[in-house]
Design a protein around this ligand. Structure first.
Ligand code: DGY
Length: 327
């Protein structure tokens, strides 16, 4: 009998075919995220689970899956939905999909930055509403991007990729990170600064931090108050990195000029008042949503599941302690 794999929501057919070549694969037939209770029932007795960033993988879920569960493969690079300790304690390997979505996510970040600076979403709404009556000199003035300071919070693969793309606009790069990256500094002429300087000096501040206890509300009311009134905040990392209520207050008060957001604190809900702010561009968590990227993410997921259920180490394990021989 083939091992049983549960996929919590439809993913590309090519990924499912790769899994079906080795395993009995069942996919959630509904195009919606499952509730915690539904998920617990669905995973019972599975050898592997392919999860989404919206599925909480914790002790309860792993116990519901049972002792035969060997891997949970996230169809995402972010893995803040995983309880790493609970999985490691149960010998369950957790994997993600690093590397393949850097370009798509960085391109989307630049799209948000440019759209926010040049008020594209607002302009689009204006034209569609039939309010446009012709060219005018003082009409829809936006912000310059060329030569401006781009602050990168988190100079991991995606943050660095954004900086490289921003250099095409002659942007000056500042970054804040726990670790200095001299190769990155040489590559794009970036300068490492502390958070305070990043907040105060960035014309555009782009967040590329994983969501952890430390990065939750990295941008809160106090941080927003240190930014320039002309500054624009871009977030394509994880919603809770920004205190969304504080952001709405800052956008309303003119503490900062605008924001381009792909992610939200309580997706798919928006903080009260956010959708009414004209100076924000809102996207529905689609930074990695290109066909090639989603296929590449799927290929990593399938390879990880095949390897782990075949007794090998996966390519990208986020709880590597689980792979160490137990004493
Ligand atoms: C991820 O992979 O973490 C993104 O948020 C979705 O692709």
């Amino acid at each position: 009998m083939k091992p049983s794999v549960y996929v919590t929501r439809a993913i590309p057919e090519e990924t499912l075919a790769a899994l079906r070549a080795h395993f009995d694969v069942e996919v959630n037939p509904d195009d919606r995220a499952l509730s915690a209770g539904e998920l617990r029932r669905a995973v019972r007795g599975r050898a592997a689970i392919v999860s989404l960033l919206t599925d909480r993988i914790d002790a309860e879920l792993l116990d519901a899956a049972g002792p035969g569960c060997r891997i949970v493969a996230n169809y995402a690079v972010g893995f803040n939905n995983f309880d790493l300790a609970a999985a490691t304690a149960r010998g369950v390997v957790l994997t993600n999909t690093p590397g393949v979505l850097d370009d798509a996510t960085a391109t989307h970040t630049m799209a948000l930055l440019l759209a926010t600076a040049r008020r594209l979403a607002e302009a689009d709404r204006f034209v569609r509403a039939g309010k446009w009556h012709g060219w005018a000199p003082l009409f829809f003035l936006g912000q310059d991007v060329d030569g401006k300071v781009l602050g990168i919070a988190g100079a991991g693969r995606i943050g660095r990729n954004v900086a490289r793309k921003a250099r095409a606009f002659d942007m000056q790069i500042l970054y804040a990170d726990a670790v200095r990256n001299e190769a990155f500094e040489r590559d794009v002429g970036a300068r490492m600064v502390d958070k305070e300087t990043l907040l105060r000096q960035s014309d555009f501040l782009s967040l590329h931090l994983p969501l952890t206890g430390e990065t939750r509300h990295y941008i809160d009311a106090a941080a927003l108050s240190r930014m320039q009134p002309s500054a624009v905040l871009i977030n394509a990392s994880r919603g809770p990195v920004v205190d969304e209520r504080a952001l709405v207050a800052a956008l309303r008060a003119g503490t900062i000029a605008g924001a381009g957001l792909d992610v939200y604190e309580n997706e798919p809900e928006l903080a009260a008042g956010l959708a009414e702010c004209e100076n924000v561009v809102l996207a529905p968590h689609i930074a990695s949503a290109t066909r090639r990227t989603r296929l590449d993410m799927g290929a990593i997921v399938a390879r990880n599941v095949i390897k782990v259920l075949g007794g090998e180490a996966p390519d990208c394990c986020v709880n590597p302690d689980v792979l160490r021989p137990r004493g």
